[in-house]
Design a protein around this ligand. Structure first.
Ligand code: ITT
Length: 184
């Protein structure tokens, strides 16, 4: 059975497809509208979405919630990452961070369910810094302003770096191991 990845974000889907294919897992894209509940953690939001998505699709699926957390902004944008990007964008983040420490962390939780009752959560994170200005044209969202720890380029300047080091790669590798273990 090919699990569905329920997401409205085509970049997320193609990143997930590449990672899970390495584990012999094929996924199908389900772009169905899902309201996200308000919550502080990516785990809480992803698990809730997975259970609600199952009631619409009725087949094994996962959803994924991600966010960028900046300690010097008390964790903002965090659970409000999509909202902040649409309101202030990466330029707005530059203004908010003027004169402040630029450490940041991307977090991701992929929540998988095959019965609509229990969801299994797989999490991943990557630390880094927010660049001095947006750079690069690959990726999406906050990729042009995120430089992973120990590197100089943003995720948008070096998408293969993202494939190896990202919060999504870390979470989905765990999901890939779980699902491929099931098939053996
Ligand atoms: P869903 O339908 O899967 O929810 P979404 O794009 O709304 O798609 P999220 O709520 O998980 O996804 O994302 C929160 C925000 O964080 C959103 O604005 C994304 O663009 C951004 N984001 C998530 N993952 C990212 C990544 O890998 N690189 C850059 N920005 C990312």
């Amino acid at each position: 059975m090919e699990p569905a990845f329920v997401t409205s974000n085509r970049w997320k889907f193609s990143e997930a497809e590449k990672i899970l294919n390495k584990y012999g897992i094929n996924i199908v894209h389900a772009n169905i509208p899902l309201e996200e509940k308000r919550g502080e953690s990516v785990e809480e939001i992803a698990e809730d979405c997975a259970i609600r998505a199952f009631s619409l699709l009725g087949k094994p699926l996962f959803v994924e919630d991600s966010g960028l957390f900046v300690p010097s902004l008390n964790g903002f944008p965090g659970a409000y990452s999509a909202w902040a990007l649409s309101k202030i964008g990466n330029e707005g983040m530059m203004r908010l961070l003027e004169g402040k420490p630029r450490d940041a962390e991307f977090r991701c939780c992929a929540a998988y369910t095959e019965d609509g009752i229990h969801a299994r959560a797989f999490t991943g994170s990557v630390r880094g810094t927010i660049s001095g200005e947006p750079r690069g044209s690959g990726g999406f969202g906050y990729d042009p302003i995120f430089v992973p720890e120990g590197e100089e380029k943003t995720f948008a300047e070096n998408p293969s770096l993202k494939g190896r080091l990202s919060h999504r790669a870390a979470a989905l590798q765990k999901l890939g191991e779980f699902l491929s273990g099931r098939q053996r």
